[in-house]
Design a protein around this ligand. Structure first.
Ligand code: SF4
Length: 276
């Protein structure tokens, strides 16, 4: 299976696939703190159809200009909130309103002011905690501080209550993992506690090739798939995530193993699609 997964990576780790991934937007910024701000927005809006989702992310970041972190820090939490409420008044992406994103970025400004360097310090396990414990703690705090809207609740799942936390997992993969295409700029976060960002594509293909037998794409399934991938690559289990998700995102997986449609897929010899 490892050879087939490596072949899948070779097929999908391409500029064309990256152009259809929300990470392409943070990667445009040269400055690490600007990348963090762009990633904080992009990861949490990463749901729904790709093209309009990418436009929605661009729409939130446009008012912040070429240096989003400096724009936010110069204004402080209250000024950033006021400025973004006005700038994003007509913006909407499915569950999220412009008001939600103004509060989301104002929260980044508060957390950044406390740490002096963005969000990493807020997500580090402390006092015997796990990394999921730290994420759970931060999200509990933000649920108490942010308005109780559908969009913001959607951003703040609890990993300790069994949620897959796909968009937080994606943000963490981007910030921590050092291999292509990730940013790898958080060096203190425990990389060995990263969990795969479980989207519908990854869940489906993981079942087809026996990485999980679970039916529900929840936190337990994400942990099981991560553990299965770690057995194939102890150092970098999440290295397979981009390829597994883009097999689905690019529309290349019919969901039933059939020839000739599946012939180009490196997983065809081990896939049980249509039988699981
Ligand atoms: S259904 Fe086809 S394309 Fe999808 S994982 Fe299986 S072999 Fe690959």
């Amino acid at each position: 299976m490892k050879a087939r997964l490596l072949a899948l990576r070779e097929r999908y780790e391409t500029p064309a696939a990256l152009a259809m991934d929300p990470l392409a937007i943070p990667l445009r910024f040269p400055d690490p703190m600007d990348r963090e701000v762009a990633a904080f927005v992009a990861a949490h809006l990463a749901y729904g159809r790709v093209a309009p989702m990418l436009r929605a992310i661009e729409g939130v970041l446009a008012p912040l200009g070429e240096h989003p972190a400096a724009w936010l820090r110069d204004r402080g939490p209250a000024g950033a909130l006021r400025g973004l409420e006005a700038a994003l008044a007509g913006w909407k992406w499915r569950f999220h309103t412009g008001e939600d994103l103004a509060h989301w970025l104002a929260a980044w400004v508060r957390l950044d002011a406390e740490s002096g360097a963005g969000l990493e310090a807020h997500l580090l396990p402390a006092g015997g905690e796990t990394a999921d414990g730290a994420l759970s703690r931060l999200n509990r705090r933000l649920r108490g501080e942010l308005p109780d809207t559908y969009g913001l609740r959607f951003n703040l799942p609890d990993p300790e209550a069994g949620s897959a936390c796909k968009r937080w997992r994606m943000f963490l993969r981007w910030m921590v993992r050092t291999g292509w295409p990730d940013l790898g700029q958080w060096t203190r976060y425990p990389a060995d506690q990263l969990v795969i960002p479980l989207d519908t594509h990854v869940a489906r293909v993981a079942r087809y090739i026996g990485l999980s037998a679970r039916a529900t794409p929840d936190g337990a399934m994400a942990a099981e798939i991560t553990a299965a991938l770690r057995r194939r690559n102890r150092v970098d289990p999440l290295g397979y995530d981009f390829a597994l998700s883009h097999l689905g995102i690019m529309g290349d997986c019919p969901g039933v193993r059939s020839l000739p449609g599946c012939r180009p897929c490196p997983l065809v010899g081990i896939c049980r699609a249509g039988r699981v």
